[in-house]
Design a protein around this ligand. Structure first.
Ligand SMILES: O=P(O)(O)O[C@H]1O[C@H](CO)[C@@H](O)[C@H]1O
Length: 313
């Protein structure tokens, strides 16, 4: 098994052949796909009659090495009766793991070739917008991707037949799907503040932001921040798949006012004490534990959204 290097011809035929031999006919042509973010692989537990296919059996797929991501596709059905065929990526690839951008987006291109028309991409993200509380789900309406603007973009490469050379992104986040997200929240009776709308900032990671970087991204218009999703969005749009992104706020990005250590020392030398705010540090364990605690609402929302997507056909 090999992953896909930049510029290499992707091994679609081999990957699709393996899937066509493993899957029963009713699961082979999924209509909707879900990408599960950090700590969110339980989103796939809404599926029934599940067949799991490990990434290790699929040519071109890498291995998810980040805790909270599993290396398998789960094919199954959602909803009553015949059910809606759905595929979930139980884990994703991030460039910071050492995967090429081609490998990061390869599964998305495979899903498009299986017939997926709508993709629901989820992630765990930090809130830059102070009005977003931990546990809020944010329906993403736009993105801000410094890596894309500075030459790190999965669509770089020679022009290919049948693909747009210059992909427009002004409508990347499907308005019809965003409408269904809010209708799904209404149908579930979620409180108004459980679901917000906002802009996702993509950073390469694996470092979390410094306070200055957080402040910069906020000033530039981002509401949440994370290290995934945008490459998948670009590949999905290039393949003609409709995109919906749901971010689960797992932490608030710490953007403190700077406190002067000089003033604290001067006060100390003068025999006075100055109160300093406790310093805070984010960890992936915190991201995962919040993700796992709050996955229930996201799971219900995604399942209801898929039912509404199917009902609109
Ligand atoms: O975006 P997902 O994969 O949900 O994961 C998020 O959580 C990790 C950091 O804790 C980063 O990978 C960030 O992108």
């Amino acid at each position: 098994m090999s992953t896909v290097a930049q510029g290499q011809t992707a091994p679609f035929a081999g990957t699709l052949d393996v899937l066509s031999r493993i899957l029963p006919a009713n699961l082979l042509k999924p209509r909707v796909a879900i990408v599960c973010g950090s700590g969110l692989s339980t989103l796939a537990s809404s599926l029934r009659d599940v067949v799991e296919v490990p990434y290790s059996s699929l040519e071109g797929f890498g291995k998810s090495t980040v805790e909270g991501h599993r290396s398998a596709l789960a094919f199954g059905l959602i909803g009553e009766g015949k059910g809606i065929p759905v595929v979930a990526m139980l884990g994703r690839f991030h460039p910071y793991e050492g995967h090429s951008l081609s490998t990061v987006v390869y599964p998305i291109r495979v899903l498009a070739r299986l017939g997926v028309r709508d993709i629901i991409i989820t992630n765990a993200a930090g809130a830059l917008n102070p009005n977003l509380d931990v546990g809020t789900i944010v329906s993403i309406q736009d993105h801000l991707a410094l890596p894309n603007l500075t030459g790190f973009n999965p669509l770089l490469g020679p022009a290919r037949p049948n693909y747009p050379r210059f992909l427009p992104l002004s409508t990347a986040y499907s308005r019809p799907l965003r409408r269904l997200v809010f209708l799904a929240a209404h149908a579930l009776g979620l409180p108004r503040d459980a679901l917000a709308e906002g802009t996702y900032a993509w950073v390469s990671g694996p470092t979390y932001e410094t306070p200055a970087e957080g402040r910069y991204m906020r000033a530039a218009g981002a509401d949440v921040i994370g290290m995934s999703t945008v490459p998948e969005v670009l590949a999905a749009r290039e393949e003609g798949v409709n995109v919906c992104v749901l971010s689960l706020v797992t932490n608030k990005v710490v953007i403190p006012e700077y406190e002067s250590v000089r003033e604290a020392v001067e006060a100390e030398l003068a025999g006075r004490t100055v109160e300093q705010a406790p310093e805070a540090e984010l960890s992936h364990e915190e991201v995962l534990s919040v993700g796992q605690q709050k996955a229930g609402v996201m799971k219900a929302l995604v399942a209801k959204l898929i039912e509404l997507i199917a009902a609109e056909q």
